[in-house]
Design a protein around this ligand. Structure first.
Ligand SMILES: NC(=O)C1=CN([C@@H]2O[C@H](COP(=O)(O)OP(=O)(O)OC[C@H]3O[C@@H](n4cnc5c(N)ncnc54)[C@H](O)[C@@H]3O)[C@@H](O)[C@H]2O)C=CC1
Ligand SMILES: CC(=O)C(=O)O
Length: 309
């Protein structure tokens, strides 16, 4: 094991508690601390999660911001969520203030701590967290487009088989990334997507696909879920628990995560190698000129917002 496995989750709402539950099921953390400004929220979630303790060796309890700052991994979910039709970027004013308070209250940090940002807008908040925390950049990153990429793989797996269990390809055998902003300007890197070493663009089913409409479907999936049930939380909980697994066991999987990308001079998602020190390396994925142009436009919009903070 590359590092300790005490995890603090800041924000005990829908996302924070779902991440805690997913981590309980994974049995890889020694302890989970839930921290929130509403003590009743923490007490309620801890009591509810304690009823599931029999399936896990992980202990869940309420904690303070100062204790969180000494953990191995801190996940920040504290923040306002989108109302129906609202964009992630529209949350920035509210969630900047919350992030600023949360980071200030956790200091001084364990110098080896990994800070994983989940609250939205995740790319902009990750850039701000890198500056406010003073921790090395490799230790401060966001969940980025890992969730969007999972949504894409699910979609493509269904496209590549009329009946998935007979003709289909398993989701995790499809290597395809949503990159850039975890938000409206995200792109699908079709040019580099492959399955079994064969470019996805060479599969007849993918050639026939209306790619614009797939891109819209993936980018708007969160809006649809929010319209139907008010929030999204199971998908991100699955993603974050996988990321923590990868960090604790130093697995070095490649995931699209929010980090500073020099070529675009901004924080958004590119594939990175994730290990026990955080981001071990950024993969220089080959992209078409059209994909790069879209990313440049996305970067310049994100940078202009970041410049205000
Ligand atoms: N990056 C991603 O893929 C995803 C991000 N999100 C984001 O996660 C965030 C949380 O969403 P939900 O859990 O659904 O919201 P929620 O409203 O259920 O929970 C938010 C929690 O944060 C707490 N909080 C507020 N200020 C705080 C502070 N200063 N310190 C500690 N806790 C504080 C609240 O008391 C509340 O319990 C939102 O910004 C949402 O957009 C949600 C889903 C996916
Ligand atoms: C809410 C959000 O960011 C998502 O589900 O993608």
């Amino acid at each position: 094991m590359g590092r300790g496995s005490r995890v603090a989750i800041i924000g005990a709402g829908s996302v924070g508690s779902s991440i805690a539950f997913a981590l309980l099921l994974q049995k890889i953390s020694s302890e989970i601390l839930l921290v929130d400004v509403v003590p009743e929220a923490v007490e309620g979630q801890v009591l509810d999660l304690s009823d599931a303790n029999f399936i896990s060796s992980t202990q869940v309890r309420g904690g303070t911001f100062q204790e969180a700052g000494q953990c191995d991994i801190v996940v920040i979910t504290a923040g306002a969520k989108q109302k129906s039709g609202e964009t992630r970027v529209e949350l920035i004013e509210r969630n900047y203030k919350i992030l600023n308070n949360v980071i200030g209250s956790m200091k001084p940090f364990n110098p080896n701590l990994i800070l994983l940002i989940v609250a939205n807008p995740v790319d902009i908040l990750t850039r701000i967290a890198q500056k406010l925390s003073g921790l090395p950049e490799r230790q401060v990153f966001g969940s980025g487009t890992f969730l969007d990429s999972s949504r894409l793989r699910l979609k493509l797996a269904s496209v590549l088989g009329v009946i998935i269990w007979i003709f289909g390809i398993a989701e995790n055998a499809i290597h395809s990334y949503v990159l850039g902003e975890h938000g409206d300007s995200q792109i699908i890197a079709w040019s580099s997507a492959h399955a079994g070493g064969k470019p996805l663009l060479d599969f007849p089913e993918i050639q026939k696909l209306d790619k614009e409409s797939v891109a819209k479907e993936i980018a708007s999936k969160a809006y649809k879920i929010i319209e139907l049930k008010g929030a999204t939380y199971f998908g991100i909980a699955g993603c974050v628990s996988m990321l923590i697994h990868c960090i604790v066991l130093n697995q070095r999987h490649i995931r699209p995560l929010s980090t500073y990308i020099k070529e675009y001079d901004c924080v958004f998602s590119m594939p990175v190698v994730l290990g026990s020190n955080g981001i071990e390396r950024i993969i220089d994925i080959s992209l078409s000129e059209e994909e790069k142009n879209k990313l440049r436009r996305s970067a310049s919009a994100l940078k202009s917002i970041c410049a205000k903070y």
